[in-house]
Design a protein around this ligand. Sequence first.
Ligand code: ATP
Length: 371
Amino acid sequence: MSAITMRELTKIYPGGVRALDGLDLQIADGEFFALLGPSGCGKTTLLRTIAGLEVASTGSVSIGDRDVTNLPPGQRDVAMVFQDYALFPHMSVQDNIAYPLRIKKMDRRTRGAKAAQTAAELGLSQLLERRPGQLSGGQQQRVALARAMACHPSVFLLDEPLSNLDARLRLEARTFLKRLQRELGITTVFVTHDQAEALALADRIAVMDGGRIRQVGTPTEVFRQPANTFVAGFIGSTPMNLIHATVVDGEVAVGSVRLALPEHAHGQVADGENVVFGVRPEYLDLSSEPVAGALSGTVAVVENLGSHSLVSLDVPAPAAGDPAVSVQAVVPEGAEPTPGAAGWLVPRPGRSLLYRGGELVVAQAQPAVTV
Ligand code: ATP
């Protein structure tokens, strides 16, 4: 059992920076778990606190049924892969992989055999005699993973494991990492600031902000039902449109335009309340003809993204004199409008969300969202 439990974890660095702020989190045994958030939100501090490289100011960390809060890193049964891989430049690949086994005082023959076996599992057999300086970035990353795997830890901790790789290699390494984690079944926590990477790899994601967790959920949950406007704006290749509006007669009023209230918000908001209407660019259909219940505006920018384009529409602000609101929509290849043209954006049923005070308005029994 290597579930990880953090209770009321706080880390205050000398100088007073509160990097973790009373954080509660449970990671299940065997889970591939992502810590996601903007720079400085406390991801690395949390990972290092699980590893024992940082000492919690207050609160506790347990791995399985062991409270490891006060244990040094070597007694936690975790292996960490650092962002820069931290390989020893003067050692061969084989010696790098075998190093943690040497520290554990395993005899030379056994550790050599184990290192060779792990290297074979990661496709490194041909490279055992090379030094790290003679390897590509992707190969170095595999050596770092092999070194972590060789001692069969109960937990893997990966700090931005793909960030040193170029875009193409990154995609390959991502698939490789996901397959490896599935095969090994070892509880794995990885830090990333790349939301696409977190969505692609993780079983569950914790979205962090200012030393706190803003939402924990599966990739589908954080993408489809962001719990607050912070998560809504952070998750997604193109950020969710978050449009300030008012509830009028049971509808969402953006200036003179009335949009249907999202299903889950019926009965949850009162007339006159200020809300934020959220809809992803992927779930707005663009029409070149007037449509009732659509946001109308002028096409300002069209960005070609290959199989589709991102269209920015300037929608007149609700209050006279305010700047226009920019709303983005994804349109398929071949349906790109011309800048300057008029456009009408229709939210797809069941795909819009409503926020009040920054938090998602949730009905008692929320219907499942289906694709
Ligand atoms: P990044 O994505 O940029 O690596 P992060 O989310 O991993 O950021 P942390 O490195 O955990 O964030 O830092 C959290 C906060 O703690 C930041 O404000 C950072 O400046 C501060 N911090 C980190 N390490 C120390 C330290 N050793 N001493 C003082 N403050 C620190």
